[in-house]
Write a protein that binds this ligand. Sequence first.
Ligand SMILES: *Cc1c(COP(=O)(O)O)cnc(C)c1O
Length: 396
Amino acid sequence: MKVSREIHFETRLLHNSQKTDQATGAVSVPIHHASTFHQFDIENFGKYDYSRSSNPTREALEQAIAALEEGTRGFAFSSGMAAISTAFLLLSSGDHVVISEDVYGGTYRMVTEVLSRMGIEYTFADMTDLHAVREAVQTNTKVFYVETPSNPLLKVTDIRAVSELAKEHNALIFVDNTFLTPALQKPLLLGADVVLHSATKFLSGHSDVVAGLAVVKDEELAGRLYFLQNTIGAVLGVQDAWLVLRGLKTLHVRLEQSLKSAAQIACFLRTHPAIHKVYFPGFEDHPQYDLQHRQANGAGAILSFELAGKEALYQFVSNVEIPVFAVSLGAVESILSYPAKMSHASMPIEERKKRGISDSLLRLSVGLENPADIIKDFSAALETTMQHFAHQGVKL
Ligand SMILES: *Cc1c(COP(=O)(O)O)cnc(C)c1O
């Protein structure tokens, strides 16, 4: 089927090149477990030969994400970190990366503890401050690495401006689009060269698969990334590729619901006396509110908030009933996480504190529950927390 760019995103999630299987008409992509493929002609091999190199089920997902991100070629990996690490290996010894300072903890670890051993230099910069980004550039800068909104403080980077800076320096720009997905933000259209995903999160959406994706638009870059994918071999298995494909079909409706709920919960938290600060790009007074709404179709479904201190946070978490308290985000169930001990545990304490990721900060990924139930749950847990401190004569 020819899929016109004119039809809406949510329609394209369903009516695309994966709509029906060419051979059987099946309306769900067949799972091809084969590791190897018989060659019918001794001279001319078929399209598939070995599943690390290419597999029809994985390819269906790779084509789906490439189309949704408006790229030319997609690549599926065994995790978000496998996608990110493989993309970083486009770099060589002596190259330099400018990278968002409050980047995902695993990416921080890859850059500081693995790439550094291979002679690849890095500078962390506040990507929301273009002056700071310019200051960080060196003559050997080859990649600008952006995560926006950032994790967990939801700072927003101007993808187009950083892309222009990257072009000026003949460097590439990688954008981790995990938090917004192509339903809300399309970095390739804003000048990015490589879009990366932890498909573990919103794209699959059900906390049942670990997967990573990369998408590029440039053919030559696609060839180099394919070479690395096939060489390193951290490819996604076929069952997991199928789960991501299934999750994608409901991406739009899931996000629509979660975005609305996130905005309501953020407003509730903001007016609560026991909450010191709420980070959410949907607030009109968020420092990059205009930018966020210019480059994306919404604020996303993630917010972070600060309690009075570590003890208040412990009290609150032990009294909350609805969200799961866990690592990860972007699922049908709301997920409450503690960045200091979870996503950013691999960042040294001084570095973490310097970035404003305190011991009293929680991150909430809003799922599909009725938001009134979450608000009621949080309200009760905060009340209990305040009473606990009141007994000790402390007012939060
Ligand atoms: C989870 C996450 C990753 C890592 O992905 P995995 O699938 O866990 O390997 C990278 N970036 C962001 C923003 C994430 O949230």
